[in-house]
Design a protein around this ligand. Structure first.
Ligand code: ZN
Ligand code: ZN
Length: 501
């Protein structure tokens, strides 16, 4: 009997509970001795096992190169992908360092294993066990958020960290998104006209935009702060994350000869991205965001996440062993003025913060939480086409008809029950209006949700807020495409009639 009850038991009699026999004996592991070398005393116990200090570093490094090597050796045989060191890359590496454990540990691992050439130009001495560098040059890029989070500035700390290792350093500020001279400061040439005068009204569900001449009486910080203040607190971390992505991408595209952009996103951060991204409606592009190797649109630059298999705790321990100082709290949840909105359990204002707390809490009792979520995330496949339309805010491919989809799932405003006139609506979104001067039809579903999450009276005056210039630029392009599509639809009958004649 499969249930394990003894044969011949008389029906009706109280049966003795019999446990299912275990098919495999539980393997007892002595956690006092390192599981890897079986000799040294254990220093750290993790989910994967107990390690002495040298074996712990080997374990972390092997997981690091498992993610680092394959994108640098495209076309190599799969079994040899991680075994051999990649050849010297044609361009330089741009390393994004936030000062958190993930990026600082990544930088240290790259430097300690000689992936980047020494700045003094010393030749590699193979007889001394030195390995050929993979990049001849690398630059560290750091984005400072102090002006909006109110926390201490860390630009000088990261500059010192980089320059001590002989790397170039670029320090950006979050408000630089409003700086018209940023591209030329980074060494590029201005490609487009000034579009810093595009304003949007968050109070309307269609998010109407208008072109206005730039007013020079506000500083970039003031513009960014008023943009953040006009959004509900739950949407602000999303916006900051898009600004960070944009600044890093812009630096990669503008700085000379960049071939790879390296991000220190840990397994923990990626697991948070899976959960919060799904909850925020970002599921469609999630596979691209999680991928270790993503080619930036309109370029040959590959964005990589080599820390993908290492948790933030493991990275923090690496930094501690090597005496590296890190700051892991971003403070994005406390940005902007506090509204009347209630905060969730634990004081979280956004889904990102709530997910962070949830995963950290669950990991204490279920240590496999992060790897289980990431294994699920790795199975996702992007169903669309990366060459299609791009969302102006997150700069990722957008799924068509996000407005219609949102109208089916959410009630964004109520129509006046006493009025029988007016344009037709689908659950509050006006569909009869022209979409020429609206921001909403150009956005992806997740960004539409982020920006229209709270169309309340937070803004002052006319309710118009300056959009960051990159968004304004893309809105103009998207609107031109939407207008062209609409024109084609309008004249479609005539075109067919001409063909038939
Ligand atoms: Zn060991
Ligand atoms: Zn978007």
């Amino acid at each position: 009997m499969s249930c394990g009850n003894p044969e011949g038991a008389v029906e009706g009699e109280e049966k003795e509970e019999v446990l299912m026999p275990t098919s495999r004996p539980v393997r007892r592991v002595d956690k006092a001795i390192c599981n890897r070398c079986k000799k040294a005393k254990t220093s750290f116990i993790f989910r994967q096992g107990a390690y002495c200090s040298p074996c712990y570093e080997i374990s972390l490094r092997s997981r690091f190169i498992r993610q680092l090597h394959p994108p640098l050796r495209p076309g190599a045989v799969k079994s040899t992908l991680t075994l051999y060191r990649p050849v010297v890359q044609s361009g330089q590496a741009l390393i994004a360092v936030s000062g958190g454990a993930g990026s600082v540990a990544m930088l240290d691992m790259l430097m300690s294993r000689g992936y980047i050439s020494r700045s003094d130009g010393a030749a590699t001495n193979r007889t001394k066990g030195q390995k050929e560098a993979v990049w001849d040059k690398a630059t560290v890029v750091y984005v400072e958020f102090a002006s909006v989070t109110g926390r201490d500035e860390r630009t000088e700390d990261i500059r010192k960290l980089s320059e001590d290792r002989g790397l170039g350093f670029i320090g950006l500020k979050v408000e630089d998104v409003y700086d018209a001279g940023l591209v030329s400061w980074l060494g590029g040439s201005e490609r487009n006209a000034d579009t810093s005068g595009v304003k949007v009204n968050f109070q309307q569900p269609n998010l109407p935009v208008s072109q206005e001449p730039t007013t020079s009486n506000t500083t970039p910080v003031e513009r960014l702060q008023s943009l953040l203040a006009s959004l509900p607190p739950a949407s602000r971390p999303s916006l900051l994350s898009h600004i960070l992505d944009h600044l890093l991408t812009l630096a990669a595209l503008t700085l000379p000869n960049v071939s790879q952009l390296l991000l220190g996103e840990t397994a923990t951060r990626l697991a948070q991205r899976v959960i919060s991204g799904t909850a925020l409606g970002r599921g469609w592009t999630l596979p691209l965001e999680l991928s270790n190797s993503f080619t930036l649109p309109d370029s040959q630059i590959v964005r990589m996440k080599p820390m993908k298999e290492i948790s933030v705790k493991e990275a923090a321990l690496w930094c501690r062993i090597h005496g590296l100082e890190t700051v892991n709290y971003r403070g994005w949840d406390d940005v902007g003025p506090k509204g009347k909105e209630g905060r969730a359990k634990g004081g979280a204002a956004s889904l990102e913060a709530l997910t962070e707390q949830f995963i950290a809490g669950l990991s204490t009792t279920h240590p496999s939480t992060v790897s289980t979520i990431n294994r699920t995330g790795d199975k996702l496949v992007f169903p669309g086409d990366t060459s299609g339309p791009i969302c102006p805010l997150c700069e990722m491919p957008t799924e068509p008809d996000a407005m219609r989809w949102k109208a089916r799932t959410a009630l964004t405003s109520l129509t006046d029950p006493h009025s029988s006139l007016g344009s037709p609506t689908i659950a509050g979104i006006h569909t009869g209006d022209s979409t020429h001067d609206n921001f909403a039809p150009t956005l992806c579903y997740a960004c539409l949700t982020t920006l229209s999450g709270g169309a309340t009276d937070r803004t002052t005056g006319d309710g118009m807020v300056n959009l960051p210039p990159w968004v304004g630029q893309r809105v103009s392009t998207s609107q031109r495409m939407v207008a062209r599509e609409q024109m084609r639809e309008e004249i479609a009958d005539f075109l067919l009639a001409t063909e038939e004649e």
